[in-house]
Design a protein. Structure first.
Length: 201
């Protein structure tokens, strides 16, 4: 059983690595950003509310995000473990997740922080903007998302470091190389010598 958090700046590769981890570990990757985008696309009340914040690169209010995560974690597929991608991002979300897990008699196993320098993530997201046209990938909004990450979310690493759960992983290099580092970190280096993954760097 693994209950894992994947943290990192916008564009650090959380979504990319969460998908690979999910396939290798047989547990669901749960991305709050993906859930919000699905709700925006379906124009649900949650999506209408979230869109106002996402377009500006702001965090969706904790009350909305926390309720959504509680609901997602209560689904049966998350009972055997999960990879949370992009949650928690605030101290209040850390506290909320602690309460949810305590209510299940569960606790986190590991927290991975992908480390990528700012100019590299800006390059990646501008490239993605051209390929996919994600609405929050304009340079101005990307820079704002990065500022918010540095101010609100990066400090959470100290909390998890203090609990002995945090591993910082170099997120620069081919996707498969980063994946091998991540999987080694969550498995204490034991089960994975390398990941063969054809994704491009
Ligand atoms: P979210 O979707 O989580 O956006 P983000 O954190 O800005 O992260 P990204 O999805 O942009 O990047 P990523 O780290 O997942 O990297 P990826 O693998 O995609 O959240 C969107 C919004 O939702 C937030 O701004 C907020 O409004 C709201 N939200 C979400 N969670 C919230 C929360 N907890 N609380 C409040 N609000 C919340 O890769 C990026 C690009 O780089 C891709 O093109 C990829 O192909 C490429 N790439 C990946 N790895 C590599 C590599 N090793 N080398 C080169 N390129 C690579």
């Amino acid at each position: 059983m693994k209950r894992l958090l994947l943290m990192g700046a916008p564009g650090s590769g959380k979504g990319t690595q969460a998908a690979i981890m999910a396939a290798h570990l047989g547990i669901p990757a749960i991305s709050t950003g993906d859930i919000f985008r699905a709700n925006v696309a379906a124009a649900t009340p949650l999506g209408v509310e979230a869109k106002k914040y996402m377009l500006r690169g702001e965090y969706v209010p904790d009350s909305v995000t926390n309720a959504m995560v509680r609901s997602r974690l209560s689904r049966p597929d998350a009972a055997t473990g999960f990879i949370l991608d992009g949650y928690p991002r605030t101290v209040s979300q850390v506290d909320f997740l602690d309460d949810v897990l305590a209510g299940q008699g569960a606790k986190l196993d590991a927290v991975i922080m992908l480390v990528v320098d700012v100019e590299e993530v800006v390059r990646r997201l501008l490239r993605r903007a051209e390929a996919e046209g994600r609405s929050d990938d304009t340079e101005e909004v990307i820079r704002h998302r990065l500022e918010l990450f540095a101010r609100e979310t990066e400090p959470l690493a100290q909390i998890y470091d203090g609990r002995g759960l945090l591993t910082r992983v170099d997120g620069v290099g081919p996707v498969s190389t980063v994946a091998t580092r991540v999987l080694a970190a969550v498995n204490d280096g034991a089960e994975f010598s390398s990941v063969e993954e054809p994704g491009q760097a």
